[in-house]
Design a binder for this molecule. Sequence first.
Ligand code: ADP
Length: 257
Amino acid sequence: AQRIVIKIGTSSLIYPNGNINLAGIDQLAFVLTDLANRGKEVLLVSSGAIGVGMNKLGLKTRPVSIPEQQAVAAVGQAELMNIYNHRFLTYSQITAQVLLTRDIVEFPESRRNVTNTLNQLLVKKIIPVINENDTVSVEEMDHQTKFGDNDQLSAIVAQIIQADLLIMLSDIDGFYSGNPAVDQQAILYHTVHEITPEIMEQAGDKGSQFGTGGMVSKLAAAKRILAQNSLMVLANGEKPQVIFDILAGEEIGTLFC
Ligand code: ADP
């Protein structure tokens, strides 16, 4: 794989106690910088703005109202970029912030502008850090402007820049026959070729209070990736070095192909 989109979920960025997983972010910066220096084109889709905002504002629970969530996300997005910039710079890697809305799906001109920007960043060996623009896009109820979540966004980005691979890092080892949090008997799928209704039924909700999409949205992203004949790997983001093993062809997590 040459052009790789990495999506990291909130559950990999924020500890259950609300602290920011700086060690994990540092490892991610280390791994992605190494890949970039070996000639890979790397894009990062990062969640975590609300979680980081909650941390910064000392909030113990996620705000209920959408305007409050947007405000917390605005604080958190700036802080998250601050952290990424810092951590990547220790490896001399430059990052850029790219905030997107559903415009890239609806409007060809917007899509072209985004594609051009991303391509130009990659030409300059800069790693784009992509997130949804939460100030512009309003929660799930407004399907006109909102992607739904970053799982979808990462698949759409992979599509428009024709990525070879989407690596989705979550707090779980892959896709199981049931939600392991409630089903002790659930087994891990190593490979999934098609998102059938039966497969869809085995996906449950999000795992943590910080998680957003849950398995359903990850499968929807996989469906999009499969439709464009690309690849997606869902793996545990606890140790970002796992990305090296995935690229080395090891059987890790769930491969959608
Ligand atoms: P992220 O923040 O990484 O996007 P989410 O919390 O949204 O993560 O989704 C991951 C969670 O989905 C897992 O922790 C798990 O509890 C839950 N889940 C539900 N169904 C499944 C399944 N069939 N296989 C694996 N995980 C599942």
